[in-house]
Design a protein around this ligand. Structure first.
Ligand SMILES: Cc1cc2nc3c(=O)[nH]c(=O)nc-3n(C[C@H](O)[C@H](O)[C@H](O)COP(=O)(O)O)c2cc1C
Ligand code: SF4
Length: 386
């Protein structure tokens, strides 16, 4: 049963043991200063035990000033040893596991721990980022990617999704008059220049580069529409972004959608909105089809598989057999049961995510967050909070 899920698959010159991806999931439990805490490291130890083919470490800020969560992590020299320890712990537990760091600047979604910055002039409550500051942000992405390699990670996920700065800059609504806005070329400058420089400076030829995109953000002028004043989905430009990623020699695209703070049901469907997850299957399939038709090599990771609960393995198998994706990504299920792939393989009982939004509630209230249904630590926190 499910024989395709557990087949190995190549990504760059690395081999993932299976097609399961533990998507980036912020736990908001870093130590003071943004290093991984014991709790953080333990979470990744558990995922290593769960035998996910790829584990993406949650959004890690490239700067002190770009954090979205009060206990979020920051990838800088000062914290390098902590990240080395996280990777060592993971690899000791699962030497075949692949681990990526997701790198982010929170942009307008930063949690207000310093000034909230924006790309768009006259946005209330936000300071307009200058052209020079964007140059510095590019440099910080490059520096963090090289630190990820130094920490022993197998790759990075350049976060260009979910309304954070990487996504904001791609949008048709980014009509900045300088070199970072307006034309497609300008809006993809951060992606192009960052990736090219990282590639020039990486030590290992095996280091994997990819990006998570919100194919359709669901806002006027957002990613996945045809212009700054459009609201209706039109994926043509996002397909151009994916073609560009391929041309740049990147290795995978992680297909997501929505902006959790604005159109959250699209990103992470809850019980009443669970059918929105079907759009994720369509996005993934259409990206994979385009790549195949054009003979492009990027691997494709799909999102929002937690929404299918115990039917997820069957849907995953179908997506793989039909060639509609390369990997299937789970977010909340990694909180509900970090051992899911290993248990599925062994025929053991799995704690399926109930899509109750408890972990999201904890996260947005800036507490340590995790599963409030199956984990006593988070159960107690949500009780105190309500
Ligand atoms: C508590 C929480 C934290 C999340 N943190 C991140 C993150 O750090 N980076 C990211 O790209 N997505 C993040 N997401 C989105 C998930 O990775 C995933 O895309 C979403 O939950 C939908 O997938 P699922 O249905 O399998 O949960 C988060 C979602 C939740 C609920
Ligand atoms: S708290 Fe609810 S939504 Fe979050 S992982 Fe647990 S069951 Fe799923």
């Amino acid at each position: 049963m499910y024989e395709n899920l557990f087949k190995s698959i190549e990504i760059k010159s690395n081999t993932a043991a299976n097609h399961f991806v533990a998507q980036a999931m912020e736990g908001n439990d870093g130590a003071y200063g943004g290093s991984p805490s014991e709790r953080t490291i333990n979470r990744y130890r558990q995922l290593a035990r769960g035998r996910w083919g790829i584990v993406v470490v949650e959004a890690i800020s490239i700067l002190d000033s770009s954090l979205a969560r009060i206990n979020g992590m920051i990838l800088n020299e000062k914290n390098l040893d902590g990240f080395k320890r996280l990777v060592e712990t993971f690899k000791t537990e699962n030497p075949l596991g692949i681990i990526f760091f997701q790198l982010t600047h929170s942009g307008e979604r930063s949690g207000g721990f310093s000034d909230i910055t924006t790309l768009t002039p006259n946005t209330q409550g936000c300071r307009y980022l200058s052209s020079d500051e964007l140059e510095q942000i590019k440099d910080a992405f490059i520096k963090s990617a090289l630190l990820a390699e130094a920490a022993g990670a197998d790759g990075i996920d350049f976060k260009m999704c979910h309304g954070y700065l990487g996504g904001e800059i791609l949008r048709p609504r980014n009509t900045r008059p300088d070199k970072w806005g307006g034309s497609f070329e300008n809006r993809t400058r951060l992606l192009r220049e960052t990736v090219s420089e990282i590639q020039d400076r990486l030590k290992s030829k095996r280091f994997i580069l990819g990006s998570r995109l919100s194919l359709y953000e669901g806002i006027r002028g957002g990613c996945g529409v045809a212009g700054a004043d459009e609201l209706i989905e039109d994926l043509s430009e996002m397909f151009e972004v994916i073609r560009l990623m391929d041309t740049l020699g990147m290795d995978y695209v992680n297909v997501s959608a929505g902006i959790p703070a604005l159109t959250g049901a699209i990103t992470r469907p809850t019980e009443p909105s669970k059918h929105l997850a079907l759009h994720h299957l369509r996005y993934t399939q259409s990206v994979k089809q385009m790549l195949q038709q054009e003979n492009l090599h990027l691997r494709v990771i799909g999102s929002a598989y937690s929404a299918y609960k115990e039917n997820a393995p069957e849907i995953m198998e179908e997506m793989l057999v039909k060639g509609y994706t390369d990997f299937c990504g789970f977010g909340r299920q990694t909180f509900a049961d970090p051992l899911t792939p290993q248990k599925l393989r062994a025929g053991e009982k799995i704690n399926w995510c109930l899509l109750c939004s408890g972990c999201t509630k904890l996260m947005v209230s800036q507490r340590n967050d995790g599963c409030i249904v199956y984990n006593d630590y988070y159960k107690a926190i949500i009780k105190q909070a309500t």
